[in-house]
Design a protein around this ligand. Structure first.
Ligand code: E4P
Length: 217
C-alpha cells in the first residue's frame, strides 16, 4: 500500500519524506487555507514547492465546477510539474473532465467519493485514483472502511486500473484496516502515519535491552 501525506504543510511533508516511507501528497483547498496559502499565484507556487520537496504524485484540486473551467485549470496545474495529479470533484462535469484528462494521459484523482456507484463511474471515466472519504463517512455513522471493501470488490471484478486512495483517514486503525482490505493507497496526516510506530512493549523491551547492555559494560 502506498503512503501519501494529507497536508499542505511543507515542514510536515519534508519530515514524512525524510522518514523514508512517503509515496506522495494530497492537498485540498481547506488544507491550503489552513497553512495560510491564499490567492491563485501563491497556491500554484506552493504546489511547485511541494513537488520539489517529495518524490511521487502530488494531488492539486481544481476549483471550477464546469467542464471547460476544470479542463483549463487542470491543464494549468498539470503543466506546473510532472508530479501533479489533477484532483477533480465527483460531479457530472467532473466525470467528463476525468475522461478528457485520461484520454490525454494526464493523471487524475476523483475526490469526494462517498459511494460505490460514484467510484464505479470514476473508474469508467478513467480516473487514475478515486478518493473515498472514510473518516467523513464514519462521522455520520456510516462505515467508511466498508465502502473501501465494496470498491475493492467492484474494481477486482472488472480489473479496473483505477487505484483506491483511501482519504479522510484519521487514525492508525484506519490505516491498518485499509491495508487489510487492499486499498492501493492511503492518505493521512503525519501523526496517523507515525502513530504506526507506537507500542508500549517496544518501549519497555528497548529500555530493558539498554539496561542489560549497560550491566555487562
Ligand atoms: C484528501 O484527498 C482529502 O481531501 C482529505 O483526506 C479529507 O480529509 P478530512 O475529511 O479529514 O478533511
Amino acid at each position: 500500500m502506498k503512503f501519501f501525506i494529507d497536508t499542505a504543510n511543507l515542514d510536515q511533508i519534508k519530515e514524512a519524506q525524510d522518514f523514508g516511507v512517503l509515496d506522495g501528497v494530497t492537498t485540498n483547498p481547506s488544507l491550503m487555507a489552513k497553512e495560510g496559502i491564499t490567492g491563485a499565484d501563491n497556491i500554484l507556487k506552493h504546489y511547485v514547492a511541494i513537488c520539489e520537496a517529495v518524490e511521487g504524485d502530488v494531488s492539486a484540486e481544481v476549483i471550477a465546477l464546469d467542464f471547460e473551467g476544470m479542463v483549463k485549470e487542470g491543464e494549468q496545474l498539470a503543466a506546473l510539474h510532472h508530479q501533479i495529479v489533477v484532483k477533480i470533484p465527483m460531479i457530472k462535469d467532473g466525470i467528463k473532465a476525468l475522461k478528457y484528462f485520461s484520454d490525454r494521459n494526464i493523471k487524475t484523482n476523483c475526490t469526494l467519493i462517498f459511494s460505490a456507484g460514484q467510484a464505479l463511474l470514476a473508474a469508467k471515466a478513467g480516473a487514475t485514483y478515486v478518493s473515498p472519504f472514510i473518516g467523513r463517512l464514519d462521522d455520520v455513522s456510516t462505515d467508511g472502511i466498508f465502502l473501501i471493501s465494496e470498491i475493492r470488490e467492484i474494481y477486482d471484478n472488472y480489473a479496473f486500473e483505477t487505484e483506491i486512495l483511501a482519504a479522510s483517514v484519521r487514525h492508525t486503525m484506519h490505516i491498518i484496516n485499509c491495508a487489510k482490505i487492499g486499498a492501493d493507497v492511503m492518505t493521512a496526516p503525519l501523526d496517523a502515519i507515525t502513530g504506526l510506530l507506537k507500542h508500549p512493549l517496544t518501549d519497555i523491551g528497548l529500555k530493558k535491552f539498554l539496561e542489560d547492555y549497560k550491566k555487562g559494560n
